[in-house]
Design a protein around this ligand. Structure first.
Ligand SMILES: NC(=O)c1ccc[n+]([C@@H]2O[C@H](COP(=O)([O-])OP(=O)(O)OC[C@H]3O[C@@H](n4cnc5c(N)ncnc54)[C@H](O)[C@@H]3O)[C@@H](O)[C@H]2O)c1
Ligand SMILES: O=P(O)(O)OC[C@H](O)CO
Length: 341
């Protein structure tokens, strides 16, 4: 008799890649229900519903083309229906949609459900900022872990070897979630540092914009390495300034230095920032033109961070994150990324 049932909230590039892993892994253990519902923000592709395409072709043709999903992954356009009987909720949507998703789920999920966030972002409002895991925990009254790492979705979906990090507060939860994610080519390490893992994932997206600006300016590998080093330093400084329990060791996990390297080499944020320099087009326009419905997280997180830093009068302590914000939103010339440091 299965005691755990997994639901996936989100079906973009990363959501679909992890659906492939989760679908296979739940079938290996008796304690998981083998059917996994995946919530799809419904849209039409050439007149056909994306959910129908996924459920017949077993492929997310828009967000993860040419990768077959296991047949036990069932696409569902109804969020409540997807989650109502799940004991394990996997949140994997762009961070700007979490508030509305949690509002819809409030009171509609099992009280003993547990969550994991695969989201790289933070939530900022007029009162300050909140981690996505805290938003999930507070609004749904359930425990939440986090998973983050050097994980470009397409490479993971093609089963090329990489590592990832799960941050937990409750070790049993961390080990349970590890079972649905760990594979020989997607190696999970678990650490007792939810906040550190989560902030690494959110803040690296800002630095990735910096990596792309440097590529667009053709400044070379030494400059890129400097941006990565200063970025890592500012990520750790910010994390430990606001959360004193964040561990140094977390920055040496896949979620830390490894994700920073991969994202500055091959991610969407890097690619769009490079194009911003070479074409002079705005980030919003390039997101629409280059990403086929996928979302950029680095620019909005840079703005969120800048709002926090200005309120706390801390911009001078975080020159890299500050100058990246100014290039994205205040029209500062991209070369300022090195001149202002
Ligand atoms: N793509 C990657 O390589 C990767 C890897 C690791 C982590 N992540 C993180 O995973 C999270 C999800 O990213 P992704 O790459 O799966 O998404 P994505 O950018 O590929 O796709 C955007 C998704 O948002 C959905 N959407 C659009 N409007 C919506 C709305 N109003 N409400 C709800 N959903 C809506 C779309 O249907 C689509 O599924 C992000 O935080 C990202 O940083 C991504
Ligand atoms: O494509 P990006 O820039 O959103 O980065 C993808 C992943 O977060 C890399 O780990």
């Amino acid at each position: 008799m299965s005691s755990e049932k997994v639901a996936i909230i989100g079906s973009g590039n990363w959501g679909s890649a992890v659906a492939k892993i989760i679908g296979r892994n739940v079938a290996k253990f008796n304690h998981f229900d083998t059917q996994v519902k995946m919530w799809v923000f419904e849209e039409k592709i050439n007149g056909q519903k994306l959910t129908d395409i996924i459920n017949t072709k077993h492929e997310n043709v828009k967000y993860l083309p040419n990768i077959k999903l296991p047949e036990n992954i069932v696409a569902c356009p109804d969020l409540i229906e997807t989650c109502r009987d799940a004991t394990m909720l996997v949140f994997v949507v762009p961070h700007q949609f979490v508030t509305s998703i949690c509002k819809q789920l409030k009171g509609k999920i099992l009280p003993h459900a547990k969550a994991i966030s695969l989201i790289k972002g933070i939530d900022v409002n007029e009162h300050g900022f909140r981690l996505i895991t805290d938003m999930i925990q507070d609004s749904l009254n359930i425990r939440a872990c986090v998973l983050s790492g050097a994980n470009i979705a397409n490479e993971v979906a093609e089963e090329r070897f990489c590592e990832t990090t799960i941050g937990y507060r409750n070790r049993t939860d961390g080990e349970l979630f590890m079972q649905i994610f760990h594979t020989p080519s997607f190696r999970v390490n678990i650490v007792e540092d939810v906040v550190g893992v989560e902030l690494c994932g959110a803040l690296k997206n800002i630095i990735a914009i910096g990596g792309g600006l440097v590529d667009g300016l053709k400044l070379g590998d030494n400059t890129k390495a400097a941006i990565i080093r200063i970025g890592l330093y500012e990520m750790r400084k910010f994390s430990q300034m606001f959360y004193k329990d964040v561990k140094d060791a977390t920055f040496f996990e896949s979620c830390g230095v490894a994700d920073l390297i991969t994202t500055c080499a091959g991610g969407r944020n890097r690619k769009v920032a490079e194009a911003h320099v070479t074409t002079g087009k705005s980030f919003d326009q390039l997101e629409k033109e280059m990403l086929n419905g996928q979302k950029l997280q680095g620019t909005s997180t840079a703005q969120d961070m800048y709002n926090i830093l200005t309120k706390k009068n801390l911009c001078h302590e975080f020159p890299l994150m500050t100058v990246i914000y100014r290039i994205c939103y205040e029209g500062l010339p991209p070369i300022k990324i090195v001149e202002d440091l």
